[in-house]
Design a protein around this ligand. Structure first.
Ligand SMILES: [Zn+2]
Length: 240
């Protein structure tokens, strides 16, 4: 009799254990599959919560999908200059040697593939041009995605921002995840991997503000244009 009860209890415990592991597995799988990186290149994440230049505001008005319900409330309803925002954005070094702010084009608010907002800068340069770290930090992730091709996610030391370099032809020799890099250090080379036009090699450069969990595949895109010294231009060219 006692033996029967014991067997019954063991059976119940084993069953519960099996159910627990099945549930746990079900929870774990979606987390271990970072689908977002594929969506990052040329796909809108959530809109920037900080600096919002006039061109971006105009693009948002045109593009319905960027006004997503998960968008955080804007910190400041007024457009740039960024100097007036509560938290000044870091000033970044140029990602290509010899590049000047005047050569930059603010392509952050442009659309790509129809509805998608670009949320990055495209900087045209000959293939093989060295790509430089825009700030001190470390290499968080070396990732190959369908759209971005060969990419680098660099975190700054505070872990607040991620700097993203895409369409690379290659990485700097011995570049590795976890490696510390210095501002201006060569980390890769311009190319046209991913969905870039082979006839127009360029660096796709983006900045993401990371959440508290600091996951490289999750972040809010911030316009890097003024962080690189670009000067805000009027949204309407006819006002010149
Ligand atoms: Zn791009």
């Amino acid at each position: 009799m006692l033996r029967g009860v014991l067997i019954f209890i063991v059976g119940v415990l084993a069953g519960a254990n099996a159910v627990y592991f099945v549930m746990k597995d079900g929870e774990r799988c979606p987390r271990c599959t970072p689908v977002a990186p594929l969506a990052r290149q040329d796909v809108p994440a959530t809109p920037s919560s900080t600096a919002t230049p006039p061109p971006l505001a105009a693009a948002r008005a045109r593009s319905p999908d960027v006004a997503s319900p998960i968008a955080p409330p804007p910190v400041s309803p007024t457009p740039l200059p960024a100097a007036t925002t509560a938290t000044p954005l870091p000033r970044l070094a140029m990602p290509l040697a010899g590049l000047t702010p005047a050569q930059l084009h603010d392509t952050f608010g442009e659309t790509r593939g129809g509805e998608r907002q670009h949320e990055a800068l495209d900087i045209l340069a000959p293939a093989g041009t060295p790509v430089l770290a825009v700030a001190d930090g470390h290499i968080e992730k070396l990732f190959t995605s369908v759209r971005g091709g060969l990419t680098i996610y660099q975190f700054e030391p505070g872990g607040r921002y991620a700097y993203y370099y895409a369409h690379l032809r290659g990485y700097a020799p011995k570049l590795a995840e976890g490696q510390a890099v210095r501002r201006g250090q060569v980390i890769g080379y311009v190319g046209s991997t991913g969905n870039a036009d082979p006839a127009a090699p360029h660096l796709h450069f983006a900045v993401f503000e990371l959440g508290p969990e600091r996951q490289w595949w999750k972040g809010t895109a911030i316009n890097p244009y003024q962080m690189l010294g670009g000067v805000a231009k009027p949204a309407d060219p006819s006002t010149r």
